[in-house]
Design a protein around this ligand. Structure first.
Ligand code: HEC
Length: 201
C-alpha cells in the first residue's frame, strides 16, 4: 500500500517537472511581437473572425452614398486617426505598422477587398481583440456614418492617387519636432526673434 502511494507521488512529480521543462522550452519568445504569423494562422484567424461577425453586419450595405465629398472627409479622418499605423495609402508601411503581431495588413490586398462592406465596418467600429486594431465606434452602429465613409475610402485605396496622398499628409498628426518648427514659424511670422529648431528625421 505504502509502496503504491510512493510510486504515485514519484509519477506526479515527474509529470510536474516534465511539464515545467516543456513550458520553459516553449515559452521564451512566445509573447514577442517580433515574428510574423505563418500563413495558416493568418487564414485561420480571418476565417474565425468571419464566423464571429454577426450575420446582420455581413448583409449590411453602406448607408452613405458614394461621393467625392464623403471620400474627402474619409481621407482627412484616416490621415488623422489611422495612418499612424496603416500609412496614408493603406499599404500598412508606416513607422510601426510592420511591428505589430499580427502586422498591419495592406488594405489594398485582395483578402481585405473581398470582405463585405458590413464586415469592414464591423472591424472599424468594434476593433480586433488581441491585436493593435482599436475599436473606433461610439454609440449605435446605425449612427456611425464616419466609419461608413472610411469603408468607401478602403474600397478606393487600390486607385488612390499621389495628389490625394499629398493632401492627406497635411492631416497627419504632427511629431514633436514638426510642432516645434511650426511654433517657431508662427512666432517668426508675428515679428518675434526666433532660433529655428533643427529638423531631424
Ligand atoms: C494602433 C494602430 C492602429 C490604428 C491607429 C488603426 N489600426 Fe486598423 N489595424 C491595426 C492592426 C494591427 C490590424 C491587423 C489586425 C489583424 O490582422 O487581425 C488592423 C486591421 C485593420 C483592418 C483590416 C481588418 C481585417 O479583417 O484584416 C481594417 C479595415 C482597419 N484596420 C481599419 C482601420 C481604420 C479605418 C482605422 C482608423 C479609424 C484604423 N484601422 C486604425 C492597427 C491599427
Amino acid at each position: 500500500m505504502f509502496r503504491r502511494i510512493k510510486i504515485f507521488f514519484i509519477i506526479v512529480l515527474l509529470i510536474l517537472v516534465g511539464s515545467t521543462l516543456v513550458a520553459l522550452w516553449l515559452l521564451p519568445g512566445t509573447f514577442s511581437a517580433k515574428s510574423t504569423p505563418p500563413e495558416w494562422e493568418v487564414k485561420a484567424a480571418r476565417f474565425i473572425r468571419h464566423l464571429a461577425t454577426p450575420s446582420h453586419f455581413l448583409k449590411m450595405t453602406n448607408p452613405v452614398p458614394y461621393s467625392s465629398e464623403a471620400l474627402r472627409e474619409a481621407r482627412h479622418h484616416f490621415a488623422d486617426h489611422c495612418a499612424t499605423c496603416h500609412a496614408n495609402d493603406g499599404s500598412g508601411k508606416s513607422h510601426m505598422g510592420p511591428n505589430f503581431y499580427p502586422p498591419v495588413p495592406d488594405l489594398r490586398a485582395p483578402a481585405i477587398q473581398a470582405m463585405a462592406d458590413g464586415e469592414l465596418f464591423y472591424v472599424i467600429h468594434y476593433g480586433i481583440r488581441f491585436t493593435g486594431m482599436p475599436a473606433w465606434g461610439k454609440g449605435q452602429p446605425e449612427e456611425d456614418l464616419d466609419s461608413w465613409k472610411l469603408v468607401h475610402l478602403i474600397r478606393h485605396f487600390p486607385d488612390i492617387t499621389p495628389e490625394e496622398i499629398a493632401e492627406m499628409k497635411q492631416y497627419n498628426p504632427l511629431t514633436r519636432a514638426e510642432r516645434e518648427q511650426q511654433e517657431a514659424l508662427d512666432q517668426f511670422l508675428s515679428g518675434e526673434d526666433v532660433v529655428f529648431p533643427e529638423h531631424h528625421h
